[in-house]
Design a protein around this ligand. Structure first.
Ligand code: ZN
Length: 344
């Protein structure tokens, strides 16, 4: 073996890893072209090197994959955490505060006909709608009549619903009548918007209700605070109180029950990893619902606006579920990375 061969052989290991200067690399390449022995040696080094390299990087690649998974879970977590905070804020700001009845709360225009107005979103600026009084309406043309209720400018939301009530304290067997229950509310958000509008010198849109549906009916105002409804129009035979809806109380009990079942199954199958994982995900569903309902309703699940509350709770549950799943994923991946590190 000549001197040059011996130098080249010493450098081959470094050369195979690209760790020599360009001049040295040039010198080695020139030599390899002309020397079979060194060339063989180089091929040998290269093949074992690449083999070792693969072997060494296998767990490294695994860890890289896990870190990517962790990052994705963290990104999902932050997105849904933001959505959860936003929606909780919206829920708080849009909680309905029902008005108690007062003389200036609303004006009732009985048996009117509303002439088309120009606002397409259903809101009219006070005074911009036109109504025709009952005596101008052809009774044949408009047998049911329309009642138009216009609220004062503090009201930002209103709705009505019908119930059929029969007279209970007088003679039995007579027909009852349709009772229209009217409710009016504002929200924290609407109050803030109104303050801003006032500062800017803008008028607030008056809310109004166009009531149609039944030939003869009485109108009552529901303050939705446990007090009796206030008689507005029609016969005054109905005496009632709008009752709050209790459904959310039952839903949260159902969720708690589901959670207990899931936890019991989790304990039973704690040694079977796959079932345990699935059960953990399943148990996050009732947990999400319970957190969501507490965020929207607090500890009072009794409500006068069930549909609004329930929709909010469902959407918020979905966001919270995504938050919890990504937290769980991050914890899992962290554990897995630790285990890989231990093995090496
Ligand atoms: Zn050589």
């Amino acid at each position: 073996m000549n001197k040059e061969c011996s130098i080249v052989k010493d450098l081959l290991a470094l050369y195979s890893e690209d760790m020599v200067s360009d001049e040295t690399a040039e010198f080695i390449e020139e030599h390899l072209e002309n020397c079979e022995e060194c060339s063989k040696e180089y091929k040998n080094i290269k093949s074992t090197r690449s083999f070792d390299f693969k072997k060494e990087t296998a767990p490294l690649k695994d860890i890289k994959k896990k870190i990517v998974k962790k990052r994705i879970a963290a990104a999902v977590l932050s997105v849904f955490l933001a959505l959860t905070i936003l929606l909780t804020g919206y829920a708080v700001l849009s909680t309905r505060e029902y008005f108690e009845y007062s003389d200036d709360l609303m004006t009732v225009n009985d048996r009117v006909k509303v002439v088309p107005f120009n606002s397409p979103d259903g809101k009219v600026v006070a005074g911009s709608y036109a109504i025709i009084q009952g005596n101008e309406i052809n009774p044949n043309e408009d047998a049911t009549g329309i009642t138009l209720i216009v609220f004062n400018e503090k009201v930002t939301g209103c709705s009505y619903y019908f119930t059929y009530e029969t007279e209970t304290d007088t003679h039995s067997g007579t027909d009852g009548e349709w009772v229209c229950h009217v409710e009016a509310w504002t929200t924290l958000w609407d109050k803030l918007v109104n303050v801003v509008n006032e500062k800017l010198g803008r008028g607030n849109n008056a809310q109004f209700l166009e009531i149609k549906g039944h030939a003869i009916y009485s109108i009552y105002y529901s303050p939705n605070n446990g007090q009796d409804e206030v008689h507005i129009r029609g016969t005054n035979m109905y005496k009632g109180t709008a009752l709050p809806r209790l459904a959310l109380n039952y839903y949260i009990i159902l969720a708690a029950g589901a959670l207990i079942v899931a936890v019991i199954l989790l304990v039973i199958f704690r040694k079977k990893e796959k079932i345990r994982k699935v059960m953990t995900y399943i148990s996050l569903v009732p947990i999400s619902y319970i957190i969501s309902q507490l965020a929207v309703m607090g500890f009072n699940a009794t409500t006068y606006s069930l549909m609004r509350d329930f929709k909010l709770i469902l959407i918020l549950s979905l966001f919270i579920f995504c938050v919890l799943v990504s937290v769980y994923r991050i914890i899992q991946v962290r554990k897995e990375i630790k285990e890989i590190n231990k093995l090496n």
